[in-house]
Design a protein. Structure first.
Length: 578
């Protein structure tokens, strides 16, 4: 008995602090506030916390390495600090999407985050709580010898023994639960594992383990998608239409309510408005993204699944591969692509788009480096591949668009700094000079983006060409509250205002004069669809339609331009889209 208790009696501070950082206080407080769990669930949660705290003490005691104890403290405090901030700032917890958001954050965004949120009440509260626990830890470790003498008193020993016994009993369940997690084969399996243990909500370690496993399994899901793509290619027939250039332009973080094309009071989209007046551009009014995170949206957009029907991207074909099999040259120029394999973003979207097997199946060529600004990306494509275009081309541009910070997305020259804080007439009381300047910078980024779209149309305006432009998601820009950015994952509920600014997106179709002359009837049919409700996870079907591609994956009911189109009215759990 004495030997079993020594890891705790000699490390009582480590045990108590680990107990708290693993959720010892939070589980009980959460239950007090919301009564979400049964008595069995709460008991199970505490048995797990005790067991994990005991295991930490055993490892630390047996190895007797100071640096190991320090590592335990650092890891636990980091996880607990993140959990605290998410809870107090957004009423959220550690999830795969939160970790993806952190992994996808670059140095510019990290700087912007600290500038924006370092002085928020949530940050102060989190720092205060973590700071208090760190202070207790330091005091406890400094008084470790006295605490050990206290812990070896008979009464205290019996109390510790009873607690440890409960933890050991609960340990059998803990081991089984985490063993089950390691045996999950798909991200969806891990999601089900998490939903079976509701008491994990405020426990940082199991949330982190689940999130990392889900991200790992999402990577494994890629190979299911590749198999589905190979199977689909057998049904693809060679294209028989005349020469055609289809240009797919994917924007970034575009709030359509800041576009003059959609009625904004500043002239942010002069080129697109001009093309609309010429009759060469249609503006679609009722288009949404399936989510507000780039990696989630684009994986579902590039595959032939339908989010509304609960279909997972990894079970369906990658549509650029279908175009290539049909006889198109497929060009992907991505300004969010990083060739460095150590970049965190390779865990998410780029691990899919630039998987070696998928590259061979899908692309004629792709860019090898990014440009500082989006116009440089287009110039790079024109210089390197503009003279190599064949008769049928699918050209995909993925822009930086209006990604935060917006001021970094356009050259700091007078012609690009059209708007200033003085031009922002929004009378909302929560706005100040700084936030008005940020709005002006965002509007400048939209105007610059409009110029990039003009530059792209110049590449193909003398050919038989159609261009589709949409953004991956929207962005709040102080539109109805004092907030800049995206917060769907952290919200307690998805409000109409959140959907309006973060999920609704701009969607346009432009055609060259040559295409319009040859497809006058089809152009009018497209114009009749501008008010249809549509989400971009179904964009592959209208692409197949435009490209004359024959494949088993084409479904007219999901084709925005088809007379058989059926708007998706089913709701879906946006928080759990992968």
């Amino acid at each position: 008995m004495k030997q079993l208790l020594q890891p705790v009696t000699h490390n009582l501070t480590l045990f108590i602090i680990s107990f708290l950082l693993l959720g010892g206080f939070d589980v009980g407080y959460q239950q007090h506030l919301f009564h979400e769990n049964t008595a069995i669930g709460i008991t199970t949660a505490y048995l797990e916390i005790i067991f994990m705290a005991y295991v930490i003490c055993v490892i630390s005691y047996l190895l007797r390495k100071i640096y190991l104890k320090v590592i335990f403290y650092v890891v636990l405090f980091m996880l607990y600090g993140l959990s605290c901030y998410l809870l107090y700032a957004y009423s959220a917890y550690i999830t795969p999407n939160i970790l993806l958001l952190l992994l996808e954050t670059n140095s510019k965004e990290a700087t912007g985050f600290f500038e924006t949120y370092l002085t928020t009440p949530a940050m102060f509260k989190s720092v205060a709580i973590v700071g208090f626990l760190i202070t207790l830890t330091i005091i406890g470790e400094c008084l470790n010898k006295r605490i050990t003498r206290f812990a070896t008193r008979p009464v205290v020993t019996w109390i510790i023994a009873a607690v440890i016994l409960l933890g050991v009993i609960g340990g059998f369940g803990v081991i089984k639960r985490y063993w089950d997690l390691t045996r999950c084969e798909k991200a969806y399996d891990a999601e089900c594992w998490k939903s079976d243990h509701l008491y994990y909500k405020v426990m940082p370690v199991p949330n982190f383990c689940y999130s990392m496993m889900a991200i790992h399994l999402a990577g494994q899901d890629l190979y299911f998608m590749i198999d589905a793509t190979k199977e689909s290619l057998a049904s693809v027939k060679p294209v028989e239409s005349d020469s055609l250039n289809i240009v797919l332009v994917i924007g970034e973080s575009f709030n359509k309510y800041h576009a003059s094309l959609y009625g904004y009071d500043l002239d942010t989209t002069p080129f697109q408005c001009e093309e609309r007046e010429r009759g060469n551009l249609y503006v679609f009014t009722n288009v949404k993204a399936p989510h507000n995170m780039t990696s989630i949206v684009l994986k579902n957009m590039f595959c032939c699944n339908n989010v509304h029907e609960g279909e997972r991207w990894h079970d369906y074909a990658f549509f650029p591969a279908i175009f290539k099999k049909a006889g198109y040259d497929v060009w992907l120029w991505d300004n969010q692509y990083q060739t460095n394999p150590n970049m965190a973003i390779n865990f998410t979207l780029n691990s899919v788009l630039f998987n070696k097997q998928l590259e061979q199946l899908s692309y004629t060529a792709y860019n090898e480096e990014c440009a500082t600004y989006d116009d440089g990306l287009i110039s790079d494509f024109q210089q390197k591949k503009g003279s190599q275009l064949g008769s049928h081309n699918l050209i995909i541009f993925h822009l930086n668009g209006q990604h935060r910070p917006a001021s970094a997305q356009y050259p700091p020259t007078p012609e690009n700094q059209v708007f200033t804080s003085k031009d922002i007439k929004n009378p909302s009381s929560y706005l100040n000079d700084e936030s008005r300047q940020r709005i002006a910078e965002y509007d400048n980024a939209i105007r610059y983006n409009d110029g990039v779209i003009r530059q792209i149309t110049e590449l193909v305006k003398n050919t038989n060409a159609v261009l589709i432009y949409f953004s991956d998601h929207g962005e709040e820009v102080y539109d109805y509250r004092d907030f800049l950015g995206r917060s769907l994952l952290e919200e307690a509920e998805i409000t109409p205002e959140l959907v309006k600014y973060q999920i609704e997106i701009p969607f346009i179709v432009w055609c060259s004069d040559k295409w319009k002359q040859q497809h006058d009837t089809e152009w009018h049919v497209i114009g009749q669809a501008v008010d249809r409700a549509f989400t971009i996870d179904n964009v592959c079907h209208l692409m197949f339609h435009l490209g004359g591609v024959t494949t088993k994956d084409y479904q007219p009911s999901r084709d925005l331009f088809s007379p058989d189109f059926q708007p998706q009215t089913k709701s879906y759990d946006m928080w759990n889209v992968q």
